[in-house]
Structures are given as structure tokens and as C-alpha cells.
Design a protein around this ligand. Structure first.
Ligand SMILES: NC(=O)c1ccc[n+]([C@@H]2O[C@H](COP(=O)([O-])OP(=O)(O)OC[C@H]3O[C@@H](n4cnc5c(N)ncnc54)[C@H](OP(=O)(O)O)[C@@H]3O)[C@@H](O)[C@H]2O)c1
Length: 334
């Protein structure tokens, strides 16, 4: 093959932001697939806020990556050789793999990407592997927005948030997004059709929420936790819903994180706050993909990739999620 493998391995648990000492990047032999396995060459690596959780050993929804193990990641690639009857060289696959140029594909974790007329492999991977189903099930199932209601979403110019606001509009709701720059706020209103945007870094969030949500908040799709969650609690309507999707404001925390002081609103307004992990909906992915791809083809849903290049840049690129330097879905082309 005349090629070697390149692998990122976890060396130390991060403390605070992901330092250079956390992962190593080195050349290794290309693995050989056993019976029932296949070898995948990575084409795209999805960079996700949860990567920081997997590096740590806090209580979480999956076992953390072990020290010395190849870093876990959501990957898309091409089968180069196969010892599995249902996979052949040239198949395009995606799923849960590792930050490695070459890796062993295990069916169930890495599966074929089906035909998606009109949508490129990169876009299908970026939108359908994690982001789209997360936005779809979190908002449609748990948020259940009704026409005329107000949906607020944080990290609204990010991968999940940008899709949540657009689905809210498709469902006939008013969409209000919080994002960390004026350019992001302009993008979600002018290009994506949100009704209002709040720059949470420069505006007084409680006051801005009152202005942007004159009838209160019916659904707050929480991507960040922390102060923004607390401010939203205060303006929730009776029987409001809060799908808890992510808590990125505290993923790099080094000490105890204070709880929300407006927690009593759950009782006063009879709120439903429900956490979810998109993997819970794995069996229903086809439903989400059908809805999302249909809306894309109808021109009602826009998707934006924030594409970088080079597996060697994985860590530097990943850090952009926690500083807000990405707009749309952060990915690497390998
Ligand atoms: N439950 C699930 O199954 C599931 C699946 C996928 C993702 N998620 C969660 O969904 C959230 C969004 O993920 P994503 O992949 O779409 O990432 P993303 O929104 O594309 O990127 C993260 C964004 O978070 C914002 N952010 C970073 N630090 C922040 C802080 N301290 N306060 C407020 N905002 C902050 C930044 O935007 P600004 O410029 O606006 O600050 C950044 O662009 C994450 O919490 C992630 O863990 C959950």
C-alpha cells in the first residue's frame, strides 16, 4: 500500500481547555481487518463538543476514552479492503470510529451511507450523522413546538442550533437564537430566517430575551447550560419544555459549576426539562434523515459546513468549538 497510519491517542485527561499534552499524534502500522471486519480510510472527521467529555472521566453517557486508546470520533471514510460479505472496497461508510487515518470498521458502529440524491457525501455526513437527528428529535419530540409558539435556542449559529431554529420555523413557531458574535446573529436571521437573534456576549441576556420573546418562551432548546439556561428559566411560559441537549458552557470547567438560581421556575411554571442523547434515537434515524433531506430539497433547510483540512490539525480545530470560532458544522477533511 506504501502508506502508513496516523493515529491520535489520549495521553492525559484534560484539565480546563484541551492542552497540547492531552493527545499524541504518531505514525503507526496500518491495522489488518480480522474476519467480519473491514479496513476504512478516513475521508472526514466530525469534531463535536462531546469529544471533550470523552477525553475526561466525568460521569457521562458512554465510557470515557481510556488513556493510551485511539481518540474516539464520528468518522466518514471509504472501505479499502474487507473481510465482511456486506462491505466491499469503495463503499462509503460512517459511524463511531477513531481519530485514525486507517481504522478497523466494525459493522454496527460503522455503516454504509445510503444513496442521497442531490446531497454530497460531506454534507450528508455533516448533517445526518449526528447534528440533524439531534436537532430533529430534540426539538420535534421533546420540544414539540406548536404553530405560534416561541422557540429559543442557544449556540444558534452552531451545527445543532442552526438546524433547530430552522425546524422551529418549519413547524410554524417563532425562532429566537443566541450566538456569540454579530456576524453569527446576522447569519441566522438574514440567511436562515430566524425571527430574532441575541448576541449573548454584548447584550444583557434577560432584557434581550424579554424584547425578542414578548409572549414568553414555550421551548428553550438548551445547548449550553449556565447563565443562558438560568435567564431562559425566568421567562418560560406555563407548561414550557426544555430539551437539554448540551452544556458546552461547562465542558471545560475545572471546579464545581453553580446550579441555576431560577430552578424554582420548573415548579411554578410546570416545566418539562428532559435530557436526551441522540443515540437513544438510533433506530429512528431514517425518519429524521427523510424529513431533513426533504426540507433541504424543498429549499426550507440550509446546512453550512465549517470545513478544515488535515488530520494533524484535529486538536487545534476542535478547540474552536469552545471559543466560538466555528459557524455551522465543524469538520476536517482528511
Ligand atoms: N444530546 C446529544 O445527543 C447531542 C448531540 C450533538 C451535540 N450535542 C450538544 O449540542 C451542543 C451544540 O453542539 P454542536 O455540535 O452543534 O456544536 P456547535 O454549536 O457547532 O459549536 C459549539 C458552539 O457553542 C458555543 N459556545 C461555546 N462556549 C460557549 C459558552 N461558554 N456559552 C455559550 N455558548 C458557547 C459557540 O458559539 P458562540 O459563538 O455562540 O458562543 C460554539 O460555536 C453542545 O453542547 C453539544 O454537546 C448534544
Amino acid at each position: 500500500m506504501g502508506d502508513t497510519n496516523k493515529v491520535w491517542r489520549l495521553r492525559n485527561r484534560p484539565v480546563g481547555t484541551i492542552g497540547d499534552e492531552v493527545l499524541s499524534y504518531a505514525e503507526e502500522p496500518i491495522p489488518t481487518p480480522a474476519a467480519g471486519q473491514f479496513l476504512v480510510k478516513m475521508d472526514y472527521l466530525s469534531l463535536d463538543p462531546t469529544n471533550r467529555l470523552w477525553m475526561s472521566d466525568i460521569d457521562q453517557y458512554m465510557p470515557p476514552v481510556a488513556i493510551g486508546e485511539a481518540m474516539r470520533g464520528v468518522v466518514c471514510g471509504t472501505v479499502v479492503s474487507s473481510n465482511h460479505p456486506e462491505f466491499a472496497a469503495g463503499d462509503v461508510v460512517s459511524g463511531l470510529g477513531s481519530w485514525s487515518k486507517y481504522q478497523i470498521g466494525i459493522p454496527g458502529y460503522i455503516n454504509k451511507i445510503g444513496a442521497l440524491d442531490g446531497i454530497s457525501v460531506a454534507d450528508a455526513f455533516g448533517l445526518f450523522a449526528v447534528v440533524g437527528p439531534t436537532a430533529y428529535f430534540g426539538l420535534v419530540e421533546l420540544g414539540a413546538p406548536q404553530a405560534g409558539e416561541t422557540v429559543v435556542v442557544s449556540a444558534a449559529a452552531g451545527a445543532v442550533g442552526s438546524v433547530v431554529g430552522q425546524i422551529a420555523k418549519i413547524k410554524g413557531a417563532r425562532a429566537v437564537g443566541l450566538a456569540g458574535s454579530d456576524a453569527k446573529c446576522r447569519w441566522i436571521v438574514e440567511d436562515l430566517g430566524f425571527d430574532a437573534a441575541i448576541n449573548y456576549k454584548t447584550e444583557n441576556v434577560p432584557e434581550a430575551l424579554k424584547r425578542a420573546c414578548p409572549k414568553g418562551i414555550d421551548v428553550y432548546f438548551d445547548n449550553v447550560g449556565g447563565d443562558i439556561l438560568d435567564a431562559c428559566f425566568k421567562q418560560m411560559n406555563l407548561k414550557g419544555r426544555i430539551p437539554t441537549c448540551g452544556l458546552i458552557s461547562q465542558y471545560n470547567a475545572t471546579g464545581e459549576v453553580p446550579g441555576p438560581s431560577n430552578y424554582p421556575m420548573i415548579l411554578m411554571q410546570r416545566l418539562k426539562v428532559e435530557g436526551f442523547i441522540v443515540l437513544d434515537y438510533a433506530a429512528r434515524y431514517p425518519e429524521a434523515i427523510a424529513a431533513l433531506s426533504g426540507w433541504m430539497r424543498e429549499g426550507r433547510l440550509k446546512y453550512r459546513a465549517d470545513m478544515h483540512t488535515g488530520l494533524e490539525n484535529a486538536v487545534t480545530t476542535l478547540r474552536k468549538l469552545y471559543t466560538g470560532e466555528n459557524t455551522g458544522k465543524l469538520m476536517l477533511k482528511v
